[in-house]
Design a protein around this ligand. Sequence first.
Ligand code: PEP
Length: 264
Amino acid sequence: MTASRPVIVCGNWKMNTTPADAAMLAIEVARATEVPGVVRVICPPFVSLHAVGNALRDTDVAVGVQDVHAEPFGAYTGEISAPMVAGLATWAIIGHSERRRDQGEDDELIGRKLLRCAEFGLRPILCVGEQLAERQAGNAERTVRRQLERTLAEIDRASAEPPANLVIAYEPVWAIGTGLTARGSDASSMAQLIRDTLAGHGITESAADVPVLYGGSVTSAAIDEFLAEPDIDGALVGGASLKVDEMAGIVARAGLTAAARQTA
Ligand code: PEP
């Protein structure tokens, strides 16, 4: 049953663009991707949130952040928290593999970030995914299940509820920015494992409604394989999200999925 899940395409601009050119890119992407039924999100760098938000004011493209701090306020030099982006963003990428790798973020910290998203009204896209060595050793499923369980355990510890509007991005680390992609069938079985794991953690009623996106070198040429899978609900797009034509192709393909699911 997929009809109740939205089809989502989220662009992660990473550490690219300046406020001056981000606004222009956002407008061009918004214009080129006006496709019914697809939820579009752009996550620019923090310093471009205001410019991008203004540029997208008359569109239904949502703005997200690429991370938030695990605490709401405090002595954390250079950091940005969930309440600080109120009015600038409504979505947040959490637990991206580049932050796990470069900032040493672990699942417990990511769980606390998820709590902050719920507390301050940001819709989280929680990223999970295995390293190449883990897949080669046959441990991809175990890794993703462990990431989710440890993240959700942090929410249990706080006696809180998982965010009702949770989105998961399955992003095999070896596919991010490499030009390699997973197989659609592998992404699909991982999406099923993700929903099973969520259901095992008390998200029983809504686990089937949690959108699962695929991320990892998605392009307009590669997206078809993933959106052909009923368990995959869209894409988290890095490098290709900076290219207007690529985003046009990706969202156009997502629109076909959205239309087909609506009539199913
Ligand atoms: C990402 O940033 O989450 C990502 C998947 O990047 P890319 O599409 O460039 O692999």
